[in-house]
Ligand binder design. Structure first.
Ligand SMILES: [Zn+2]
Ligand SMILES: [Zn+2]
Length: 337
């Protein structure tokens, strides 16, 4: 693409440069600049004030090139803003071990809105074990959600300790769905029974007894995923889970109000601006070339075909809560890193 001139890009040496660089090193010549709209949530991420977004969603300062996790570097081929359409872009998990490539005829801002919607929804659903807005009779986005649910991209962020920690800092009422190490849960239970008016035996009966009054709350409670081996929920967590469901049940069919504050889960980089008249097939071919070279572990296809899980392994650790330490909750952010 470095030999083409369109959308403000010019070849380095007219009529001389070929498809291959030869002795000339690639140059970082173009940048992604903010669209300058004060209303743009991507130039000014809405969650930054909560310190829950420690990484810039778009790093404009280093937007002229992008390095994949496997080390492959690409150079932006045209000047662009977050409102430029017809693009190929990359996403890197803040854990730094997983990336993903995709393309769209829309803008980077549109793509980020889509990923934010499904990424946060799937975190919510994986934590509580029930679908969002399960009361909806007819969901026009059902097919879209089914496709998103299978994507390694969202499966990773819903179980990545770094991404989850940011979600939890933004939504601390979800900590009760993060299982604790068994000995920590037992220690918390002992402390809790000492300071509460209920005996241990009563506590076992207490939670189901209250929940039984509300069929929907009981239904939600019964769908909470089982903890991994050596992990468990404490009594206090189980009580908080019940209170959580009691608070969201009245709103669970209202699609206008989400029961969490969504945030951007990945760092995003624009890597190619395509010509305005680029066909879908050409777009996919170019995107596939980046998959071949960048080997992004979260795409659903591999450079040589086959199953990405066989090549790159599962998109997350089965003991996903291992990196989420409840005791860090009370520590200031600077001590956690
Ligand atoms: Zn913008
Ligand atoms: Zn990650």
């Amino acid at each position: 693409m470095k030999t083409c001139s369109y959308r403000g890009a010019m070849p380095r040496f007219k009529n001389i440069e070929g498809l291959f660089c030869g002795n000339d090193e690639p140059e970082a010549r173009y940048t992604l600049t903010p669209c300058a709209s004060l209303l743009c949530p991507y130039c000014y991420p809405s969650n930054h004030w909560q310190k829950s977004q420690p990484w810039p969603v778009i790093d404009f300062a280093s937007s002229s090139k992008y390095q994949f996790v496997n080390g492959y570097i690409t150079y932006l081929n045209c000047p662009a803003t977050c409102k430029t359409s017809n693009i190929i872009y990359a996403m890197t998990c803040p854990c730094g071990h997983y990336d993903y490539v995709d393309s769209t005829t829309q803008t980077l801002a549109d793509a980020m809105t889509y990923h934010r919607k499904h990424g946060n929804r799937i975190i919510f659903e994986k934590l509580i074990g029930s679908p969002l807005f399960s009361g909806s009779l007819l969901d026009p986005y059902e097919k879209e959600q089914e496709t998103a649910n299978k994507m390694r991209l969202y499966q990773h962020s819903a179980r990545c300790p770094i991404a989850l920690r940011s979600f939890l800092e933004c939504n601390p009422n979800y900590w009760c769905f993060i299982p604790m190490l068994l000995h920590e849960a037992l220690a918390e239970n002992i402390l809790y029974t000492r300071t509460s008016n209920y005996s241990t035996a009563e506590l076992y009966d207490f939670i189901p007894m209250i929940a039984i009054d509300n069929q929907r709350v009981e239904n939600y409670l019964s769908h909470i995923p089982l903890s991994p081996v050596s992990y468990a929920f404490s009594y206090q967590q189980r009580q908080k889970q019940r209170l959580f469901f009691e608070s969201i049940v009245p709103f669970s069919t209202n699609e206008q109000s989400l029961p969490y504050s969504p945030l951007h889960l990945y760092k995003v980089a624009l890597i190619v601006v395509l010509p305005d008249d680029c066909s879908m097939i050409l777009r996919y071919i170019l995107q596939s070339l980046f998959i071949v070279h960048g080997e992004p572990k979260l795409n659903m296809i591999c450079p040589l075909g086959g199953d990405p899980e066989k090549r790159y392994g599962r998109a997350y650790d089965l003991v996903w809560c291992a990196g989420l330490n409840h005791s860090l909750l009370t520590m200031p952010r600077s001590n956690q890193d």
